[in-house]
Design a protein around this ligand. Structure first.
Ligand code: NAP
Length: 401
């Protein structure tokens, strides 16, 4: 039983956060426990530093992944979903996805079950982090990836099963589309409903955070009724609901003080973010494009070890590491915990505890500038001192001002 007074509430589209909120955590598999220990130390220390004893997080552990499977026989127990539904905000380490065994990705399941329809990935540079590009400081954008639809909806049939044959026969009989006998089939649903709610979230974010460009990234030149429709619905929604804030690229209007709304074809966007990253501030894109683009963008600013992420719905949010479980480093106290720590920064911003977010960011900046970093950054930085995962967490705490 939880104390009602410490539960986060969601009323009239507003999050109401008590001083001692419950937050659900899933430590994750593989390197997850090492990363979680370092991250929790940073979070608790930052809250204490800023608010002394006035505010404090009450952590509530939920099980998922291998730990859950060992203890309950389920990869994602219903209890975990219930906890997040009840307490609204969670943060998680990476979880194992067994490949090709018919078990749906736990991450995808969490997003779908809780209708966390936007995957938000800020991509920004920390001074001193090794980067493959000449001006990584120009990279500063946020990706809003649709999180519930597209080829990730899980509507697919394995080749040579009765189901795949039935769908194949239907397509031939009803539409004259002949597929090979050995075909596996996946469905790519993209709806106006999901596109519009993602667009609203991205535009509200752009307005609130004074970001002056919102770009729809799609492959609508080829997939007209899914990706093309995504772009059309998104732009229409921006025009209909945010007219006073926006100007379209093709409009011959002053862009002064407005948010420029434009679109780019997905493949071209991969070179855009490398060659002219400073032209992009908020990117809105369907699920699959967003998955690829997020990791490619993370590579520009230090790789997945430095990339945070959040899955957000209406009144529910799960913040997460963007990398996987890196099983070869499990329990070696070695890997970089920054992805979870920076996801925590997003979480504190979501809670409205911006002072905590800021103090952590500044401490990370200082720790990296001092060249005291984990192996992944140390191996690319001249003169760096390699720290263990736990030592890196402690260094961040020591650098909090
Ligand atoms: P991965 O776990 O992300 O690891 C790939 C490589 O990325 C590692 O070998 C390491 O590179 C680097 N890396 C990952 N995390 C790091 C960290 N915290 N600090 C520094 N370097 C880090 O990818 P994977 O091996 O393909 O996947 C392993 C498992 O994770 C699979 O079961 C997969 O399904 C799952 N997964 C989960 C999530 C999630 O929960 N969100 C996401 C992706 C994958 P070096 O070897 O070069 O040191």
């Amino acid at each position: 039983m939880f104390d009602e007074k410490s539960k986060i509430k969601f009323e009239n589209n507003n999050l109401i956060v008590p001083d001692t909120p419950y937050i659900v955590f899933i430590e994750g598999d593989g390197t997850g426990p090492d990363i979680w220990r370092a991250s929790q130390l940073v979070f608790d220390s930052a809250v204490k530093k800023v608010y002394e004893n006035k505010r404090k997080i009450q952590w509530v552990e939920a099980l998922a992944g291998e730990k859950a499977f060992k203890e309950t026989g389920k990869w994602l127990p219903e209890k975990t979903l219930e906890l997040i539904r009840e307490l609204r905000v969670g943060i998680k380490g990476p979880l194992t996805t067994p490949v090709g065994k018919g078990i749906r990705s736990i991450n995808v399941a969490l997003r779908q079950e809780l209708d966390l329809y936007a995957c938000i990935r800020p991509v920004r540079y920390f001074d001193g982090v090794p980067s493959p590009i000449k001006h990584p400081e120009k990279v500063d954008f946020v990706i809003f990836r649709e999180n519930t639809e597209d080829l990730y909806a899980g509507i697919e049939w394995q080749a040579e099963t009765p189901e795949a044959k039935k769908v194949s026969e239907f397509l031939f009989k009803e539409f004259g589309k002949k597929l090979p006998d050995t075909v596996g089939i996946g469905i790519k649903p993209i709806s106006k409903f999901a596109t519009e709610r993602l667009t609203r979230m991205a535009l509200k974010y752009a307005i609130k955070n004074k970001k002056n460009v919102v770009t729809f990234v799609h492959k609508g030149n080829i997939m007209k009724f899914t990706e093309g429709a995504f772009k059309n619905w998104g732009v229409e929604c921006a025009k209909n609901e945010f007219r006073e804030y926006i100007v379209l690229e093709e409009e011959n209007l002053s862009k002064e003080g407005k948010i420029l709304v434009n679109d780019r074809i997905a493949d071209a966007m991969f070179q855009q973010i490398i060659l002219r990253p400073d032209e992009y501030k908020v990117i809105v894109t369907p699920n699959l494009n967003g998955d690829y683009l997020s990791d490619a963008a993370a590579a520009l600013v230090g790789g997945l070890g430095m990339a945070p992420g959040a899955n957000i719905g209406d009144g529910y949010a799960v913040f997460e590491a963007t990398h996987g479980t890196a099983p070869k480093y499990a329990n070696l106290d070695k890997v970089n915990p920054s992805s979870v720590i920076l996801s925590g920064v997003m979480m504190f911003e979501y809670l409205g505890w911006n002072e905590v977010a800021n103090i952590i960011i500044r401490a990370i900046e200082k720790t990296i500038k001092n060249k005291t970093v984990t192996y992944d950054l140390a191996r690319q930085m001249e003169g760096a001192k390699e720290l263990k995962c736990s030592e890196f967490g402690q260094a961040i705490v020591d650098n909090m001002e």
